[in-house]
Design a protein around this ligand. Structure first.
Ligand code: NAP
Length: 303
């Protein structure tokens, strides 16, 4: 069998066109959706990620502002900047690019962001609310994975979903979101004994470990759906995921490529969350727990 490709790049393109229309619709009502990105220090990878987000905003008609602060910024000054953005009505989403310099307490910073503007979904409220299924903003990477599965017509209810990787930004929220959708979820991590014993049982395998070639064909069953979240740069400069794409494609029913699978969706879902926020703050939702649509929803109403 040769797997069908789940094309995150194509889906992102479609969604962004849709988002552009939604942004226009908001502008006609006098609301310019706005995202503020805070970058502390000069980590080159972070700079690339921030530039991608700014570019996506431009593409979708979302206003963006970048707040670049020096690496030796005091935590108190960063918190003050966030307070100012919380109070700024033209800002609907606030994103603090991670990682932060070691002298800054990341948790304190993330929790300073107004939950109603927490478009990355990393505030403790949004993280906790994932457990009960009423988060305001689903974290972008798992949200993108969920949308990829849904648009490929893959129903997760009752399926054995195995997630390899248990980080706070991918594996753990992914597990909670899929549990909410009635999947049977197993989460594996670096201390898991005999990884293959788990992956072989997967109907849907989601891999986010950051280890090239971690998943090889003998670890999966025929007909599996494979979502490769991993992004690894090899010594020769190539970007690959965590899955042996060529080998596993021979057995899988569906697979995401790297690049061009989950990666573009992560940034796209950030724009989705920003537009949802602008829509809510414009009065179409009334705050925590009373959104204009069910949360987390995969199809917010973009007209
Ligand atoms: P992370 O914080 O380093 O977490 C990696 C997770 O994988 C940890 O839970 C770790 O286990 C587990 N792990 C590591 N080696 C393993 C092994 N041999 N077997 C089983 N589990 C193993 O990484 P992350 O931030 O979640 O990112 C994971 C990967 O996804 C990276 O390649 C990253 O670049 C990529 N990523 C992509 C996107 C995207 O948009 N496509 C977004 C975010 C991340 P322990 O918990 O036991 O240490």
């Amino acid at each position: 069998m040769s797997a069908r490709i789940i094309d995150g790049k194509a889906l992102s393109r479609q969604l962004r066109q849709n988002f552009r229309r939604h942004a226009e619709h908001l502008k006609q009502q006098g609301i310019v959706p706005g995202l503020a990105v805070v970058l502390v220090g000069d980590n080159p990878a972070s700079r690339v990620y921030v530039n991608n987000k700014i570019k996506a905003c431009e593409e979708c008609g979302v206003h963006s502002s970048t707040h670049s602060l020096p690496a030796d910024t005091r935590e108190a000054d960063l918190l003050q900047r966030i307070e100012a953005l919380n109070a700024d009505d033209t800002v609907h989403g606030i994103l603090v690019q991670l990682p932060l310099p070691a002298h800054i307490d990341m948790r304190r910073v993330l929790e300073a962001i107004d939950v109603n503007k927490d478009v990355d979904g990393f505030h403790l409220y949004n993280v906790g609310a994932l457990a009960t299924g009423n988060t305001i903003f689903p974290p972008c990477t798992p949200y993108g994975v969920q949308l990829l599965l849904e648009t490929a017509g893959i129903d997760v209810a009752g399926q054995n979903v195995v997630i390899v990787g248990a980080s706070n930004i991918v594996g753990k929220p992914m597990a909670l979101m899929l549990l909410q959708k009635e999947a049977t979820v197993t989460v594996c991590h670096a201390r898991t004994r005999d990884l293959a014993q788990h992956t072989i049982l997967a109907d849907i395998l989601i891999v986010a470990a950051g280890r090239p070639n971690l998943i090889v064909p003998q670890m999966v069953r025929r007909g599996v759906v494979v979502i490769d979240v991993g992004i690894n740069r090899l010594a020769d400069g190539r970007i690959v995921g965590d899955v042996d794409f060529e080998g596993v494609s021979e057995k899988a029913a569906w697979i995401t490529p790297v690049p061009g699978g989950v990666g573009p969706m992560t940034v796209t879902m950030l724009i989705d969350n920003t537009l949802r926020s602008a829509t809510r703050l414009a009065g179409e939702g009334e705050g925590i727990g009373s959104l204009g649509w069910d949360a987390p929803t995969l199809h917010p109403p973009h007209p």
